[in-house]
Design a protein around this ligand. Sequence first.
Ligand code: NAD
Length: 285
Amino acid sequence: MPSISTVTVLGTGVLGSQIAFQAAFHGFPVTAYDVSDDALAAARTRFDGLAARYQADPVVGASAEQTAAALERLTLTTDLAAAAADADLVIEAVPESLDVKRSVYSELAASAPERTIFATNSSTLLPSDLKEYTGRPDRFLALHYANEVWRYNTAEVMGTAETDPAVFEAVVDFASRSGMVPIEIKKEKAGYLLNSLLVPFLNAAAGLLVGGYAEPEMIDKTWRIATGSPSGPFQIYDVIGLTTPYNIAAANPDPGSQAFAAYLKENYIDKGKLGVATGEGFYRY
Ligand code: NAD
């Protein structure tokens, strides 16, 4: 199995900054790459914010010394070739655009050492959509994190038919050693395991609401009591934030999706009630 001790993260936005910080917190030297000095300045602010979150989170309970050590292990750069030069693993978290990702992989393929494993954090693209641009389809796979990686610490590992099983195993091992719970997926599936379960569940809840069958509180209560689950679907919507579900529903021509988009827009989006992050969504926080 290839050994992974140095990590590079491409893109230092919402997820990239979390992935980089999480690996650094667990002892890996991490190089974080982004396209401009402004993006790197934003990344420094994100890392400081994450240090505070790791200290404040009751489950992680990090000490100031631990987060300071994590920050010490992070190096930031706008030079892609330098970022990749010593990487055992490159995790790509650049914007969710096929064109952007393909061009990043083409450039990366030309500069990374042969041994380097590439992993995409893409939520909606399959690794097969990108593999031919990596120059190493046998050393390429998806490693998919959930937002707030330190709390919702699943790491879905999903290769293509060409991914070397030893590479898959190395990435599973890296996920464990960086504080994640590796979720091994045997073959490619859009939505991985989590969204393959969650999206139909949330859509069904939206259908009950806009169909006029019940209010969110009643739907959530049913789910909580009858299954023992701590949260119902509308509580989950609030955690996700209502902007993303709104955008997805608005883009879907299906009448049920359009009705849900209109409902969200009128009652929540236009009123700035975007979920937990803004203090109110389906519920008040
Ligand atoms: P984001 O927009 O917050 O961050 C993207 C970052 O990439 C920015 O810092 C941007 O400056 C940088 N960037 C732009 N072009 C680049 C390039 N050519 N090379 C390197 N960096 C570049 O996006 P995000 O929400 O962090 O999403 C990144 C990836 O993670 C996407 O593939 C997304 O599907 C996936 N993802 C996101 C979430 C989420 O909840 N946000 C969850 C799981 C997976």
